[in-house]
Design a binder for this molecule. Structure first.
Ligand code: RET
Length: 251
């Protein structure tokens, strides 16, 4: 049981609300923007809509779970009816592989090159999340460290593939697009970095109500950056490439 102050409780409540509406609004925007890009880039936008739609659903569940686990400003964190954080991992299991597919899709590489990238990034993303979960729910520090290390291996592999392999394909992108994709990669690293840092909190003895607040606020902001801002940047890249390939720049 965590006894939050009214300010802490309201901040968590409001940040979930912010996360939820950001996901929904972003889903609508990327869906209605389909016709603003050439057909070959539309799949990247469809995937972005899917990602934010899935996340919107999970934010509804997280939001309700927080309200149901609360008795006044007391939040139950273990046992029946407690605040359920597993929704986040279920969400990541679905959305993290999709975010990587979205990134590869917008580059519109040759079929073999994109299949090869997806074939390595997707299994690594699934392994990273699946290995992190047992550590997240463990109470023993040794178990947390073991699964934390195991999960970091695919994480580093993903960063390697994004930097080295994707870097090579960037050289063939039109002027301006390469710079935007470079910024997108930075945005990805900065937002994805929040999750392993937050995982470390209990290991560093950062616990209690402040830790709970930082974690929920940090995750929610990172989610909006990693999914919404990311999706809007994907749309921008798709627009730039469509215009570079002859689409009229009037809508
Ligand atoms: C875990 C366990 C500890 C080690 C590492 C982790 C990485 C998690 C990441 C999650 C990304 C989530 C995203 C969500 C989208 O909105 C599982 C915390 C490395 C990178 C992008």
């Amino acid at each position: 049981m965590l006894t939050l102050t009214s300010t802490q409780w309201n901040m968590v409540y409001n940040v979930f609300s912010f996360g939820l509406i950001s996901m929904l609004a972003c889903t609508v925007y990327t869906l209605v923007s389909q016709n603003r890009v050439l057909p070959k880039y539309r799949n990247a936008l469809v995937i972005s809509s899917m990602v934010t739609f899935i996340a919107g659903y999970h934010y509804i569940r997280i939001f309700n779970s927080f309200a149901e686990a609360s008795d006044g400003f007391n939040v139950s964190t273990s046992g029946a009816g407690s605040f359920n954080e597993a929704y986040r991992y279920v969400d990541w299991l679905l959305t993290v592989p999709l975010l990587l597919v979205e990134l590869v899709a917008v580059l519109a590489l040759a079929k073999a090159a994109s299949s090869s990238l997806i074939g390595r990034l997707v299994p690594a993303a699934i392994a990273m999340i699946a290995l992190g979960y047992p550590g997240e729910i463990a109470t023993e520090n040794s178990t947390k460290i073991l699964f934390g290390v195991l999960s970091t291996i695919p994480f580093l592999y993903i960063l390697y593939v994004l930097y080295v392999e994707l870097g090579k394909s960037l050289e063939r992108q039109p002027e301006g697009v390469a710079a935007t994709v470079g910024r997108l990669r930075l945005l990805l690293i900065a937002s994805w970095g929040v999750y392993p840092i937050s995982y470390l909190f209990p290991l560093l003895n950062i616990t209690g109500t402040d830790a709970f607040l930082y974690r929920q606020v940090g995750y929610s902001i990172a989610d909006v950056v990693a999914k919404c801002v990311f999706g809007l940047t994907i749309l921008k890249i798709a627009r730039m490439k469509s215009v570079a390939e002859g689409m009229k720049d009037d809508h």
